[in-house]
Design a protein around this ligand. Sequence first.
Ligand code: HSE
Length: 312
Amino acid sequence: MAPSFVPADVRVRAPATSANLGPGFDALGLALALYDDVAARVTAGGVAVEVTGEGADDLPTDASHLVVRAMLETFDELGGRPPGLAVSCVNRIPQARGLGSSSAAIVAGIQLARGLVVDGQKLMDDAAALRLAARMEGHPDNVAPCLLGGFTIAWTEESGAIAVTRRPSDSVQPTVFVPADRGLTAEARAALPATVPHADAARSAGRAALLVHAITEEPALLLPATEDRLHQQYRAPGMPATFALVTALREAGVAAVVSGAGPSVLALSPVPEHFTPGMAWLQQRLEVDVTGARVEGVHWDTPSGPLLPQVR
Ligand code: HSE
């Protein structure tokens, strides 16, 4: 049956995310309180997209915009598309830096489409929304925390992606270091070998298990828990400045990792005041987002997120 549409604007705040967190390649992720705000409404025809902030100069403003593509995929799963769409994006998540901007666009699009369809949340539950988002993104470790908030553990079954979310310890203090240069996830994935030594796989698996404990219960263990042997060393030649910063932070005792596929760096433990990353890096302390991308403007079973990014 063709869906009915909500005759109102809907809005979503989609958080930035950091994936991998060291040893949790394609599995672990963390939602950060830095948001893209996206609003949409159904119109009589055509697709119009307005972008301000990050990406305003180079993102498409037609149906090829990633938010719209995700909305259309969602409408198709919900039984039909509206005649037209107007979408407005206020982007704050740096793009192509390993902070989940494409996942935020995909998740925002899915949530907006669910919000614009009467009973959209019932017709597509969060589990189905996650499966669709992960299918569009290609891996689940950014879309899971973006959708669910908090610290997420994601995995993939025949039926698609599944995730659980946990609340990190209040002592986990994320700081991101964002460079001016962009990185491409596809290139970073191409740098990975088809196989890794068994000893490295075993070591990383142990650290990933420890990380679940460290991030939720015992942050004092974050330094050993974030050691990775699966991806960062293989990606280092393609992002030497990122690798150098991760190394310098870790030598200073900070639990630092490449954020997602880079080139940003994520520190999960406090960065000493005297530590200077250099002029090339924008250093920003961020809270953990514990809500995920919720729709405002329609009734949802879960509360909407905080109204402003909480940056310390
Ligand atoms: N797990 C992914 C990767 C995250 O490292 O390639 C990229 O967004």
